[in-house]
Design a protein around this ligand. Structure first.
Ligand SMILES: O=C(O)C1=C[C@@H](OP(=O)(O)O)[C@@H](O)[C@H](O)C1
Ligand SMILES: C=C(OP(=O)(O)O)C(=O)O
Length: 407
């Protein structure tokens, strides 16, 4: 199935933005660990959170978490301390996303986690038992989700946990988000240099409301930037957000979008500021890369983006997917060192009727659809991939005046 997308260049609307899946999935783990009686307010209704909710309400011993990286990593750690035998699996792609760093760390502190198919990858068999904890060394350069997963269960361990992070640490704001939320559930931590210490402690049940999703907001910044005139109110975002992707507000200043914070969220308006070239290291905001690649090309702003080393192990190889799909629209972008994407303004003949492939990656669909503002129309293949993080995406686009036709 494909969607034919026609954009609109004048937008005046308000959107109740999707809830953050990163916060929702952390809140579900912390709610369980604190034996909280309170429901979580504004919990995301996306696939990645639904699989967590289903896992928590299931009496089964086998969990299929689909394509959800956070759910795979957080539940592996969570289940490793629940007595019983558990199997956790996911999509074919999930079975190609590495998990060895987390499994090795868990086994080093007393867990029993085994690979069922391929060493280093899901599916996993977990024999859960109380964990002793202590001290553990792990790479900080593959996925911060391994670190978040360990941190959340750390206070329940007999000795607590000292985590020594080795090498460069990627996606740091996500680790900080985890520590912030743990503190909100009553557990403090100490982070000095490359070492994070968590002492044995009990989580406190709290009433928790999930903030809207700043990564999802990025597609609205893109829409505002590509429009001729925009006034877009996004509800449920806070100025002092724990989400690293709130950086999007600052990054879009030079792409012609200004942000005003209100009591309810943010208001985006279109300005006429346009950078000559954009430079950014995305090591802290990997999920924003696709948004900026598409926006910059369509605005004719050359770019040099670094810090993209984790993009190859996300829902798809996003470096490859971006190069192939941007070429269909007539933009030649190049990559280097598995971590850099550059566009120096080089163009090629665009396809007459480009169909953007989405590679089971929600962000491919969401980052490319706004390009329809600048093109007569655009076809997006397998558009329902958006349900991974933002199920209402297409309805929200319709609300602001996009025409979406199923073909
Ligand atoms: O902890 C989280 O909620 C996330 C961490 C990031 O992953 P990595 O740490 O693997 O970069 C990010 O890409 C993902 O969408 C969500
Ligand atoms: C990388 C992502 O998700 P995850 O790793 O949680 O599957 C994402 O949402 O862009």
């Amino acid at each position: 199935m494909k969607y034919k997308v026609k954009g609109t260049a004048t937008i005046h609307s308000n959107i109740q933005l999707a809830a953050s899946k990163s916060i929702s999935n952390r809140a579900l783990i912390l709610r369980a660990l604190s034996n909280s009686p309170y429901p979580i307010e504004n919990l995301s209704d996306c696939d990645d959170t639904r699989v967590m909710v289903e896992a928590f309400s299931s009496h089964d011993h086998l969990f299929d978490i689909g394509a959800a990286g956070t759910s795979m990593r957080f539940l592996t750690a969570y289940l490793s301390r629940i007595p019983g035998e558990w199997i956790i699996t996911g999509t074919e792609r999930m079975q190609k996303r590495p998990i060895n760093v987390l499994v090795e760390a868990l086994n080093a502190i007393g867990a029993h986690v085994e690979y069922l198919k391929t060493k280093g990858y899901p599916p996993l068999k977990i024999r859960g038992k109380a964990l002793e904890g202590g001290e553990v060394f792990l790479s900080g350069g593959i996925s911060s989700q391994f670190i978040s997963a360990l941190l959340m269960i750390a206070p329940t361990m007999e000795k607590g946990l000292i985590i020594h992070l080795e090498g460069n640490i990627i996606s740091v704001p996500y680790i900080k988000l985890t520590l912030k939320m743990m503190a909100e559930f009553g557990v403090k931590s100490e982070w000095t240099g490359n070492t994070i210490k968590i002492f044995p402690n009990e989580y406190r049940p709290v009433k928790y409301t999930v903030e809207s999703d700043w990564s999802a907001a990025s597609y609205w910044y893109e829409i505002a930037a590509l429009s001729n005139s925009a006034y877009i109110e996004l509800k449920g975002l806070f100025k002092d957000s724990g989400q690293g992707d709130s950086k999007v507000a600052e990054l879009f200043v030079d792409l012609g979008v200004s942000t005003e914070f209100t009591a309810d969220g943010v208001i985006l308006t279109k300005t006429d500021r346009v950078a000559k070239k954009m430079f950014h290291n995305f090591v802290n905001e990997p999920d924003l890369a696709q948004t900026f690649v598409v926006t910059c090309c369509l605005m004719n702003v050359p770019f040099l983006f670094t810090g993209l080393q984790t993009l190859k192990i996300k829902e798809t190889d996003r470096i490859e997917a971006l190069k192939v799909e941007m070429k269909k629209l007539g933009y030649v972008i190049t990559d280097r060192e598995d971590s850099i994407l550059e566009w120096n303004g080089e163009t090629c003949e665009p396809e007459t009727n480009p169909v953007i492939a989405t590679y089971e990656d929600h962000r491919m669909a969401m980052a490319f659809a706004p390009a329809a503002i600048k093109l007569p129309h655009l076809l997006i293949a397998e558009p329902m991939v958006v349900t991974k993080s933002y199920p209402n995406y297409w309805n929200d686009l319709k609300k602001v005046g996009f025409e979406i036709e199923e073909i």
